[in-house]
Write a new protein. Structure first.
Length: 105
């Protein structure tokens, strides 16, 4: 094995070990990987480094804007997104009543 190949292998291996055992730095690693992913895919996003927060939006097939928010904290990755753009409150109440009646029987 050549010295250059060996040094690349050692570098990759040491990075993996650091990621596995460097738990105090895991939020920094996740933040950097998230930014790298967005840049690699050329997605439009807003980056807020102090809060470790990303805001992004995509357009679906119906030309609706879908907004997504990612925040990296010390122990978790928080994701927020809209799952329904149109909400029919009457259908929701009907569904709740049906569920309530079915649990009674």
């Amino acid at each position: 094995m050549k010295i250059v190949e060996l040094s690349k292998y050692i570098k990759v291996y040491s990075q993996r070990v650091f990621r596995l055992f460097g738990m105090q730095h895991r939020s920094d690693i996740v933040w950097k990987e998230l930014i790298k992913l967005y840049k690699k895919e050329n997605w439009h996003f807003g980056q807020y480094d102090n809060e470790k927060y990303i805001r992004t939006s995509f357009v679906d097939e119906n030309n609706n804007d879908l907004n997504f928010h990612y925040q990296v904290t010390a122990d978790k990755l928080v994701f927020r997104g809209v799952i329904a753009t149109d909400f029919n409150e009457e259908k929701q109440m009907t569904l709740c009543y049906c569920h309530h009646i079915s649990t009674i029987f």
